[in-house]
Write a protein that binds this ligand. Structure first.
Ligand code: FNR
Length: 362
């Protein structure tokens, strides 16, 4: 049967993938309250569409950090994509490039920065986890820069790994035929089998829990690339990110995989946008599955959104064609939403085109 929306790929992926892999992709932390809320919160936002506006031409193009994109829909970093499909990150990179948008490559990819660069032209960001060994970090950032990556998305919500109970039950670990390719030569490419989650043990052993604002400054001494702080949920941290030199902010709760009972990102977005005061662009990820979700995020002030799970699920189902289809469906839904709301370009999308449950008097 024909696939008509992004969420349908999850059921196909669940059928195709080993349980350990599907659970790793799908899970959130602990009670998974935030996981459900990331989706649920979008239902608390309704449209105030405008009528009788000539919508025969819709322009979805935008500019992110100076790079022209076909649409404000981008790909978030998700680790270990070769567990989903043999072509893994290669397929994702090609699909993003074909769609005229950005792919963010995870530090924990199963393809290296050089390998992904070799797939051809494309605008790509590199997501960074900061290891205790800063030589490893400096070397990796330099490699990403040399491979043509255009920005660093610094993930700041993971000093320790969130408690994902499915991964503990499954004793999740990277399958033996794969490696975290960026770390292959550094003897950090494998995950030991652990008594609980192999990934949680890996993080505890390698990732720097002491990471702090001064390290955001340090990062700027080792790279010229703009830095996006990924994992901001409050106005306070939005202001500190800007003070620390961030070129942009990504409102993210890591797909609800880190601290449970943080708000849905779409609910935290406006507070961050207000604090940023237009000084840097603010992006959002978490639970975006429909073109209407993209519109809602932009109406609340986001400059663009990123998708995570839809990429790994569509990759599992259909490889590169699946990821292309996800990007196409979201694009078409977003275009339709713009037309039916009376917006012809992204700058015509305003706060007045939506009303949220939290706007209404109680
Ligand atoms: C992630 N995410 C993530 N983030 C990051 O900074 N580095 C990473 O390696 C990963 N890996 C990863 C794997 C998987 C399977 C998932 C689901 C998520 C978080 C990701 O970048 C993004 O914040 C969320 O996925 C966005 O939410 P949705 O679109 O998955 O709901």
């Amino acid at each position: 049967m024909e696939i008509t929306n992004v969420t349908e790929y999850e059921a196909i992926a669940k059928q195709k993938l080993p349980k350990m892999v599907y659970d790793y992709y799908a899970s959130g932390a602990e009670d998974q309250w935030t996981l459900a809320e990331n989706r649920n919160a979008f239902t608390k936002i309704l449209f105030r569409p405008r009528i009788l506006i000539d919508v025969s031409n819709i322009d979805m193009t935008t500019t992110v950090l100076g790079f022209k994109l076909s649409m404000p829909i981008m790909i978030a970093p998700t680790a270990m994509q070769k567990m989903a499909h043999p072509e893994g990150e290669y397929a994702t990179a090609r699909a993003a490039s074909a769609a005229g948008t950005i792919m963010t490559l995870s530090s924990w990819a199963t393809s290296s920065v050089e390998e992904v660069a070799s797939t051809g032209p494309g605008i790509r960001f590199f997501q960074l986890y900061v290891y205790k060994d800063r030589h490893v970090v400096a070397q990796l950032v330099r490699r990403a820069e040399r491979a043509g990556f255009k920005a660093i998305a610094l993930t700041v919500d993971t000093p320790r790994l969130g408690r994902r109970e499915a991964d503990i039950k499954n004793r999740f670990t990277l399958p033996p035929f794969l490696t975290l390719k960026n770390f292959e030569g550094l003897d950090l490419g494998k995950m030991d089998e652990a008594s609980d989650s192999g990934l949680a043990s890996y993080v505890a052993g390698q990732i720097d829990r002491s990471l702090s604002w001064k390290d955001v400054k340090w990062l700027q001494t080792i790279t010229q690339l703009p830095i996006l702080v990924k994992g901001v949920l409050t106005a306070e941290d939005a202001r500190l990110s800007i003070q620390a030199g961030a070129a942009g902010i990504i409102v993210s709760n890591h797909g609800a995989r880190q601290l449970d009972y943080v708000p849905a990102t779409i609910m935290a977005l406006e507070e961050v946008v207000k604090a940023a005061q237009g000084r840097v662009p603010v992006f959002l990820d978490g639970g975006v599955r429909r073109g209407t979700d993209v519109f809602k995020a932009l109406a609340l002030g986001a400059s663009g959104i990123f998708i995570g799970r839809p990429v790994v699920f569509s990759l599992a189902a259909e490889g590169e064609a699946g990821v292309r289809k996800v990007l196409k469906m979201l694009r078409e839904e977003f275009e339709l939403t713009m037309a039916l709301s009376g917006c012809r370009s992204l700058k015509e999308i305003t706060r007045d085109h939506i009303v949220t449950e939290w706007d209404l008097p109680h």
